[in-house]
Design a protein around this ligand. Structure first.
Ligand code: ZN
Ligand code: ZN
Ligand code: ZN
Ligand code: ZN
Ligand code: ZN
Ligand code: ZN
Ligand code: ZN
Ligand code: ZN
Length: 1862
């Protein structure tokens, strides 16, 4: 009896309610129905309290965890269902509610690994995703979409127009507003409204009860899991409710968000003791999480409405920091706290409704999957979505805290993002919560707070006194990327314009954000190890690079995407302003003056990069005047230092100056320029340097560069110098580095004027020039991410395609001879090499130095091939995009005296062959000169600038700054500082009495000692002073130790050096030097004035150093008449016309000698090349197993050879000789079990891989199945031993023997194996299993087949034709079979050869599984071996036939002829077959050749009879006969056997025909046959014979059984009968012909398909002479040894007597299936998606689960769980197991989730590749890109070919053991 709650019972009518647990289902329903009725009536209030009481009872926490457990929970849920439905059946209630679902949104929620789609064309948010069903129902043809496997889970956005365009909605969710969903009737959901509040509250109560604040820091995870497990049915129930559609969801929303319900039930106010207790637990949990209930805070006196930050909050902040940091980071801290807007974000939480507390617990329990799914399933309800989003934001700080503590932060991260991405991808919603809930403040504060927990003191610059703090990259937070979900949310909301605008307008936020970014500024500092190798290579750099990219750069790109128009100028100003402030703070904090600390580098300067990228956008898109946002000169000087330091360090790292820091430093250098990072790292750095260079004094900048690169001391004209800062071994590469950097700096235009399309094109050309690329690798390398993704959906991928097709040609995927497959590749067009190849871009984008070389090699090859330049070219000079006017200042660098002095000095030193100068240096010097000529200052005239102003030290070098005029300026004497030992010192300065008019007219002074360092210092001082005086500030102390001269350079003395050169004269002399000829340079305009007008001649665009010099001189002449004249003069002077020299005889001699040597060298080279190509072609043909005309240079003794004795080469010892009994030689063979034949089917239509539930493949029409059935049937009715001789086996698990054709001594092989074993090298094969590779051709093998000693003279004797009559031959054959034991090769006298033959037989037998050799009813019977041996011969013959295409029409030698080992195999088999003697009484030969007397009497009734000869397989009989005969066989005996067997076969055909035709036909034939019976040729007429067969068979009950339906062969005319008979006999003729071919040699004749029968018959000697087809009948081949009719009668009588006993089987056994189609793999659909959609969610029939790694067998279509433990049987995983059952050890599986095929071969496996390619001819392994894949028929053909030809082992290279674990 139900006990009502107090107060309720008074007026309540008594319902027959039994106490909770006991009620039966019917009782519950009745109770519920009554309650519902009562609630609807006047007594509603009473009923309501009754209901409440009932619910309290059934949902009591006691029933939860620890209580009744699962049973109680089930009971409670049962009650809830009954109550909700008001007593109705649950299912019909669900249906009724569903009818009111407006269904405008899909909202399907999925978890990790679900397959979803993303359409960039339809998406508004980049996070948009669709479920497969919605995607396929929508129209996305031609869109830019891809499939992806969800990492974190997600939900379908179909129907949500905030996230995607409506055009992409599927049919179901397209109909929107016109929803005719009727109003929900009130009483349908009335019960739900009443029950659910209590249900949800009970859930919360369980959660409260279950949570115990852990005593230690470790939450007792087990407890949590236990609670969750108990609650699972409850949450699932809620989830089920959400799936009932909109109506139910809106009820749930009401319940979840109602403050009233929450207050009533859970606040702990009220008399319910239980509720009170649970509320207390809740409060404890809240406190335990470091959260305060707002009321408590107030009690403590927190004035929340106080101004900004209260003192307490600041304290709280500071206290939360590590004490150490506190002392150093004070300044920072104070600043930080003042910007932290609201401390309450971090630690105040108050719950007002169920939803809020539910989320709280969800977080506390670390996002249990079920709960997440439920919460997300509710999202289609708009009110809920808003409420939930706000709740989520409210808990954001708490989420972060929980995440940081979590032990499974990865899982938790995924779950968080799973939720948040649904909420924040929606712009409208994001904007709303930004405005109403301070979303941005919360996010930024939480991020800042999170990073604060792992700060350390920065050691950059000033190790002791730095006030800067940075994140510690070794901390778990960074190493594990724990911050990822928060950063990803932040990036997500910044992608919404309205939100981003809020951020950019809010100065407070910007300040906080810059503070956040500065935590990463200078992190992961590297210090160069100078003495010892670093002990431990820290890998923290991964974390550092990832953090800068994700936490700094990505939000930056997000913000930048909203600063693209003029109207947004203000935003940029804001960012730049706070960025500069942060930078200034940073410089102050690290105590930076003007020089970077030596031997330090950090790759992380996010503040610099923010500044740079906002500047770039400002100029490029917002038309901002750059100078209005640039800081002063001093700041610019500071800004350039650290990026420049990185560039110098890159060069140091490449010069191996950082080797002691380990490999990781190279890793950093590479990552810095790598494709995913370059846009956010090196590009902004270079740009920032360009900006600085364009605004700073050029002399200062240039000197700084050389100083940073430590090569200042090298830049002297003296022949010797001392470098105090650099070892001389590094000087050369550092100088190269410095010059290369200058070239990069001065020629890159990425941010200085190029359009997006130009950039894309340049990037693409650079990547393609390095290497041919696949489409996907190009996409990957050219990180469009930053350019496009954040700019919203743009023509991005579209313009990618169009640019790609403009610059590259597609090379379709091709096959290499070895069978390895290539992908579709893109290669640069010829015009691109000609015009667009830009070595500078290549250098910028190379991670590996070898890529530059690769690009140059490809360029060289192009020039050679196109005939443009034959030699070794230099990098071409490429004209640059014009500079954007804002950056014109950059050109000053090219026109400054400092640079010109450097160039002059270097040219001079190169000419003088000074040390440490390379071609690369010259190349870069020339490049810089050319850049200068191409970028002359606009105001430049030919006249000199006035050299006014104060005297500067290098004014003595050059008068002006314009390169064009400085080029011709002659330097006569230079004052240099040299060591006293230098040669210059001794020389007296020559008096300037030079008669050289030209030189003296220019300049006769002496250039001063040139010191870059002094120059830089002077400039710096100037700038600082100017700034300080301008700004009227106190002069700051700028002195530091580094100001003094670097060490006291000892014993330097000043010397005067005579130079007398100008840049022009140096260039001309260099030309002579490069050409090796005296007067090689001749001004081209003297011959052709036109060149001055059109200097862009193609002749100058490609070439070597001389070409470059010529081009420069021409450009110099074009720009200035004076230059032109001076060039002419220099040429005239330097190169006086030299009369052609006569060659003296001595010279001639050396010349001849040289010439001879040259010729010899050439000859030698040619020989080598020839040898190499021969070797290559050998390798190719040797690999190309299938090539029919492969003529391999190997001596295999085949039967065709007519040498007296076969001679074999041993590939191990190299000796040649015959194979002997004592020392046998053997063929290298691979034995493998094969079921290929068994897979043949009796249908011409190849089977398709099923892709729907309806399609199925059944195995019962395969060759293997039918043969199996036949044998089993025979065994049922006939004597076992005779059954085992009546068929062949090996259709499944037969042993195929193949050889590479190489031979070796068997004893040599044994020692070879021994050496392999001792080697113990993992070679991918197992020596223990006898596996090895052929020592010559490296082909895989596992046994050696001994060669039978024989000589062919003997054989040709055997072959000679005789005219013995048939009867004699038959007798001879019989006699030979009788005298088995006396054959020459005696088994008893064991020889080495016979031992080997025995051993290989063992190998053959053990190759296949026991079940494929044991068919006898009595296991282990010798009959098994007998059957197995001749079946091996059969298998190999049948397989050869398959390889020939199923017939012998093509004729010729065996396809693999030269490499066939059938002949040797027959010898081995025959030797073993002869060990068995067939009881002569049972020898079929007699049954075939002589009438038996009274055989019926032999039949003892109990014993089963022998198989009637008409049921015997004639091909098997043939093999038995041949292999039991003494070897070698006489050809005449062979022919005799065939003739006899043909008579049997023909009779079988007639018998089969007779049962196939109708009764009337049978009668007709019987009669017509009888009429002609007595004609002379009766025995050779099918009509007569058929008539006889019919009449004989009629004696039994054979025809009596009713006509079977399948026998409908219409055989109306004689032609079709003839055709039937021929088809019946052909398989036998083919096998026989092949056998004859192998045993006796001779080519097979080729023929038309319709003459195959006649041709083969005459080839076999069945036909005396070839007859033309039309008069030919197959019966004319018959040659009866005894009267035909007697024979036939005898055979038929066997059947008749069998029919008496078993009339039902007679016919079935007669009809055989002669026509097998060739073995095929299953046909695959065109589109991979068809396969994927069906199989990736298909359940395995064994374990009934959806496998994690599904795979499908391409031979039979079986679906298996790859690697699944679920389907493991005795340590074999399902895939391996199937490979054994389906392919006898060979399996071909398509891995569904990877689109890749794997091959299993025995104990090894390999990844074969994919037969599905995308539109660009590429594989998509693991479906990473998710683009549509289409079948590549050629590849599938190759796969099939390899399967059928058993060549997987030979062609695929990368095999590994699978340990049965696949
Ligand atoms: Zn959907
Ligand atoms: Zn949809
Ligand atoms: Zn679309
Ligand atoms: Zn040998
Ligand atoms: Zn070989
Ligand atoms: Zn299979
Ligand atoms: Zn399975
Ligand atoms: Zn399984």
């Amino acid at each position: 009896v139900f006990t009502a709650a107090p107060g309720a019972a008074v007026t309540a009518p008594q319902f027959p309610i039994m106490a909770g647990a006991g009620a039966s289902g019917r009782d519950k329903r009745a109770t519920a129905a009554q309650l519902k009725t009562a609630l609807g009536s006047e007594s509603g209030a009473a009923a309501a309290s009754e209901l409440r009481a009932l619910l309290e009872l059934v949902l009591a926490p006691a029933a939860g965890p620890g209580g009744g457990g699962g049973e109680a929970a089930a009971e409670a849920l049962e009650w809830c269902r009954c109550l909700l439905s008001g007593g109705e059946a649950w299912d019909s209630f669900v249906q009724a509610v569903r009818a009111y679902d407006p269904a405008t949104l899909c909202g399907l929620v999925w978890t990790a690994n679900f397959v979803a789609y993303r359409c960039r064309t339809c998406g508004i948010s980049p996070c948009m995703s669709l479920c497969a069903e919605c995607f396929h129902q929508g129209e996305h043809a031609g869109h830019d979409y891809n499939m992806f496997r969800s990492q974190a889970g997600g939900a379908c956005d179909c129907g949500d127009s905030n996230v995607m365009r409506e055009a992409g909605f599927c049919k179901r969710h397209r109909i929107k507003s016109n929803s005719n969903v009727p109003c929900v009737p009130k009483d349908l959901l009335m019960m739900s409204e009443l029950v659910l509040p209590q249900f949800i509250f009970s859930l919360i109560q369980h959660l409260r009860e279950g949570y115990n604040e852990p005593a230690l820091d470790l939450p007792s995870e087990k407890d949590l899991h236990k609670i969750l497990q108990v609650l699972e049915p409850h949450v699932s129930f809620l989830e089920d409710l959400t799936k009932m559609g909109g109506a139910m969801r809106s009820v749930l929303t009401q319940v979840l968000t109602s403050q009233q319900f929450y207050k009533d039930l859970s606040s702990g106010v009220g008399e319910n003791a239980c509720a009170k207790k649970s509320h207390e637990k809740y409060l404890i949990a809240l406190k335990g999480s470091g959260l305060a209930f707002p009321e408590d805070k107030l009690a403590c006196g927190m004035q929340e409405q106080g101004a900004g930050t209260s003192t307490l909050a600041v304290q709280g902040f500071i206290l939360s920091l590590d004490n150490k940091i506190l002392s150093v980071g004070k300044r920072k801290r104070v600043k930080l706290s003042s910007t932290t807007k609201d401390q309450s974000i971090m630690d105040v939480l108050k719950h007002k409704c169920f939803l809020e507390e539910l989320l709280f617990w969800t977080i506390k329990y670390e996002f249990p999957q079920k709960m997440v799914t439920f919460l997300l399933n509710m999202l289609p309800d708009q009110d809920y979505k808003i409420a939930f989003t706000k709740t989520f934001v409210q808990h954001y700080a708490f989420i972060m805290k929980t995440l940081k503590k979590s032990h499974e932060s990865d899982t938790m991260s995924n779950r968080i993002v799973h939720i948040s991405v649904q909420l924040f991808s929606n712009e409208e919603l994001a904007r709303q919560v930004t405005e109403e809930c301070q979303l941005l403040d919360i996010m930024v504060t939480v991020l800042l707070y999170m990073m604060e927990s792992c700060l350390i003191k920065s050691e950059l610059q000033d190790e002791e006194n730095s006030l800067h703090v940075v994140v510690n990259c070794g901390e778990a937070l960074l190493k594990n990327n724990t911050y990822w979900p928060l950063v990803s949310d932040f990036i997500n909301i910044l992608s919404h314009q309205s939100v981003a605008k809020k951020f950019l307008e809010d100065h407070g936020l910007l300040v906080t954000w810059m503070n956040f970014v500065s935590f990463f500024q200078g992190m992961n500092l590297n210090k160069r190890e100078l003495n010892e190798h670093v002990e431990f290579e820290s890998q923290t750099y991964y974390a550092a690079f990832a953090a800068e990219l994700e936490a700094c750069a990505q939000p930056m790109w997000g913000l930048l995407s909203h600063c693209k128009v003029r109207e947004t100028q203000e935003y940029t100003r804001n960012v730049v302003r706070y960025c500069l402030e942060a930078l200034q703070d940073w410089f102050d904090a690290i105590n930076f003056v003007d020089e970077p600390a030596p031997n330090q580098v950090t790759f992380h300067l996010p503040l610099h990069r923010y500044f740079a990228m906002f500047l770039s956008k400002a100029v490029k898109c917002q038309e901002l005047d750059l100078d209005t946002i640039l800081p002063d000169q001093e700041m610019l000087m500071k800004l350039m230092i650290h990026p420049l330091q990185i560039q110098a360090s890159l060069s140091e790292i490449h010069s191996n100056m950082w080797v002691r820091n380990g490999l990781q430093i190279k890793g950093q250098a590479m990552t810095y320029v790598q494709s995913h990072f370059c846009n956010s790292m090196i590009d902004p750095d270079i740009y920032l340097l360009q900006v600085c260079a364009s605004r700073l004094d050029p002399d200062y900048f240039i000197s700084s560069v050389f100083e940073r690169f430590k090569v200042v001391d090298l830049l002297t004209m003296a022949s010797q110098h001392q470098n105090t800062v650099l070892d001389s071994e590094h000087e050369r590469s550092m100088l190269e580095g410095a010059l290369t950097f200058l070239v990069l700096l001065l020629s890159l235009r990425l941010h200085l004027g190029m359009t997006d399309d130009e950039i894309l094109r340049a990037e693409m050309v650079a990547q393609l020039c390095m290497n041919d690329r696949t489409h996907s690798s190009l996409l990957d390398l050219i990180s469009l991410e930053n350019m496009n993704l954040y700019a919203g959906i743009i023509p991005g991928s579209l313009s990618f395609e169009s640019v790609l097709s403009a610059v590259a040609d597609f090379k379709a995927p091709v096959f290499e001879p070895g069978g390895s497959m290539q992908q579709g590749m893109y290669t640069p067009k010829a015009e691109v090499w000609d015009k667009e190849f830009d070595p500078v871009m290549v250098i910028l984008r190379t991670v590996y130095r070898r890529d530059v070389q690769s690009a140059m090699d490809r360029y060289t090859a192009f020039l050679k091939q196109s005939g443009k330049f034959p030699g070794n070219p230099w990098p071409p000079y490429k004209k640059r995009t014009p500079l954007h006017p804002s950056y014109k200042g950059l050109i000053k660098l090219l026109h400054c005296k400092t640079l010109h002095i450097v160039l002059f000095t270097l040219l001079y030193k190169i000419l003088m062959d000074h040390q440490n100068l390379s071609e690369h240096v010259l190349c870069m010097v020339l490049y810089l000169i050319e850049l200068g000529l191409e970028n002359s200052p606009e105001q430049e005239s030919d006249e000199e600038e006035s050299a006014g102003g104060q005297e500067r030290c290098h004014d003595s070098w050059f008068p002006g700054s314009n390169l064009v005029s400085n080029m011709r300026h002659f330097i006569n004497y230079v004052r240099v500082r040299v060591p006293e030992t230098a040669p210059e010192v001794k020389r007296e300065p020559p008096a300037s009495t030079s008669s050289d008019g030209l030189a003296s007219s220019q300049n006769s002074g002496t250039a001063q000692v040139f010191s870059l360092v002094a120059e830089r210092r002077k400039k710096f001082q100037e700038i600082i002073n100017r700034n300080t005086s301008e700004a009227n500030q106190v002069v700051r102390p700028k002195t530091s130790m580094k100001w003094s001269a670097p060490g006291a350079t000892p014993q330097l003395t000043t010397a005067i050096l005579e130079v007398k050169e100008s840049i022009l004269s140096l260039l001309i002399k260099l030309h002579h030097k490069l050409s090796g000829k005296q007067n090689s340079y001749y001004p081209p305009w003297l011959d052709d004035v036109d060149v001055l007008v059109h200097p862009e001649i193609p002749r100058y665009s490609h070439g070597d150093g001389m070409t470059a010099v010529e081009r420069i001189l021409l450009k110099a002449a074009v720009q200035s008449r004076l230059n032109k004249r001076i060039i002419e003069e220099i040429c005239r002077k330097v190169t006086p016309p030299v009369p052609p020299k006569k060659i003296s005889s001595a010279e001639k001699k050396t010349l001849d000698k040289e010439e001879r040597r040259q010729k010899a060298r050439e000859r030698q080279q040619k020989l080598l090349a020839e040898f190499a190509s021969r070797q290559k072609s050998f390798m190719e043909t040797a690999m190309d197993v299938e090539s029919p005309d492969a003529d391999i240079a190997m001596e295999v003794a085949t039967s065709e050879q007519h040498v007296s004795e076969a001679i074999y080469d041993c590939v191990i010892c190299g000796q040649s000789g015959p194979s002997t009994e004592d020392r046998p030689t053997g063929l290298v063979v691979l034995l493998q079990a094969s079921s290929v034949l068994g897979q043949c089917r009796n249908s011409t239509e190849p089977k398709k891989l099923p892709t729907t539930e309806e399609e199925q493949i059944y195995p019962w029409d395969t060759c293997a199945a039918l043969h199996d059935v036949r044998l089993t049937t025979l065994q049922r009715y006939f004597k076992d031993s005779s059954c085992l001789q009546a068929v062949s086996i090996g259709w499944e698990g037969g042993v195929y023997v193949q050889t590479c054709g190489h031979t070796l001594h068997i004893d040599c092989h044994k020692s070879y194996m021994e050496s392999l074993r001792n080697d113990q090298v993992l070679q991918g094969f197992s020596v223990d299993k006898g596996e090895f590779t052929c020592p010559l051709c490296r082909q895989f093998a596992n046994s050696v087949l001994p060669c039978y000693p024989g000589n062919d003279v003997e054989r040709s004797l055997w072959q000679s034709h005789s005219n013995k009559c048939m009867q004699d031959l038959v007798q001879e054959v019989e006699d030979l079979q009788e005298q088995l034991g006396t054959f020459p090769v005696s088994i008893s006298s064991e020889t080495n050869l016979s031992k080997e033959m025995e051993s290989v037989m063992k190998d053959i037998k053990s190759t296949t599984q026991k079940k494929y050799t044991d068919y006898s009813k009595s296991p282990g019977s010798p009959d098994n071996d007998f059957l197995f041996m001749y079946s091996v011969a059969r298998t190999n013959l049948e397989l050869e036939l398959v390889h020939r295409g199923g017939n012998l029409c093509s004729g010729g030698a065996s396809t693999a002829g030269k490499r066939s080992c059938l002949n040797q195999l027959f010898h081995v088999l025959a030797m073993h077959m002869r060990l068995y003697s067939i009881d002569s009484a049972y020898n079929p030969w007699r049954k075939l050749t002589q009438p038996m007397q009274d055989k019926n009497s032999e039949l003892v009734s109990e014993e089963l009879p022998e198989v009637p000869v008409l049921y015997r397989d004639v091909s098997s009989l043939l093999l038995i006969q041949i292999l039991t005969m003494p070897q070698p066989l006489h050809k005449e005996h062979f022919t005799c056997i065939i003739k006899v067997l043909f008579t049997l076969l023909y009779t079988q055909a007639l018998a089969a025909l007779s049962v196939k035709c109708s009764a009337e036909d049978r009668m007709a034939w019987k009669e017509s046959g009888a009429l002609k019976k007595n004609t002379s040729s009766g025995e050779k007429s099918w009509e007569v014979l058929l008539g006889h067969v019919i009449s004989e068979l009629s004696k039994g009950k054979i025809y009596e059984e009713g006509e079977t339906e399948e026998i409908t062969v219409v055989l109306v005319n004689p032609d079709s009968v003839e055709c039937y008979l021929q088809q019946f006999c052909l398989p036998f003729l083919r096998i026989t012909s092949l056998l004859q071919h192998h045993l006796f040699g001779g080519d097979l004749p080729s023929c038309q398909e319709d003459e195959e029968f006649t041709v083969l018959a005459s080839c076999l000697g069945l036909l005396p002479s070839f007859q033309s087809a039309h008069q030919f009948t197959s019966a004319s081949c018959l040659d009866w040894p005894v009267p035909a009719f007697d024979m036939i009668s005898q055979w038929c009588s066997e059947l008749a007597s069998f029919a008496d006993r078993n009339p039902d089987q007679v016919k079935a056994l007669l009809i055989q299936e002669p026509k097998w189609d060739l073995p095929r793999l299953l046909q695959l659909p065109e589109n991979y998606n068809t396969i994927f959609q069906y199989y990736h969610r298909k359940t395995c029939t064994v374990c009934t689960k959806v496998p994690k790694d599904p795979a499908v067998c391409l031979v039979c279509g079986t679906f298996v769980c790859l690697k699944g433990l679920c389907c493991k049987q005795q340590s074999y995983c399902e895939c391996v197991l199937h490979s054994q059952n389906c392919g006898a050890g060979t399996g071909i599986f398509l891995l569904i989730n990877a689109s890749v095929i794997i091959i299993i071969r025995g104990h090894r496996f390999c990844l074969w590749g994919s037969v599905y390619l995308d539109a660009h001819g590429e594989e998509d392994r693991d479906l990473r890109r998710g683009k549509p894949l289409y079948i590549c028929k050629e590849r599938y053909k190759v796969l099939e070919q390899q399967w059928v030809s058993h060549t997987f082992d030979h062609i695929n290279k990368r095999w590994g053991p699978h340990y049965n674990g696949l």
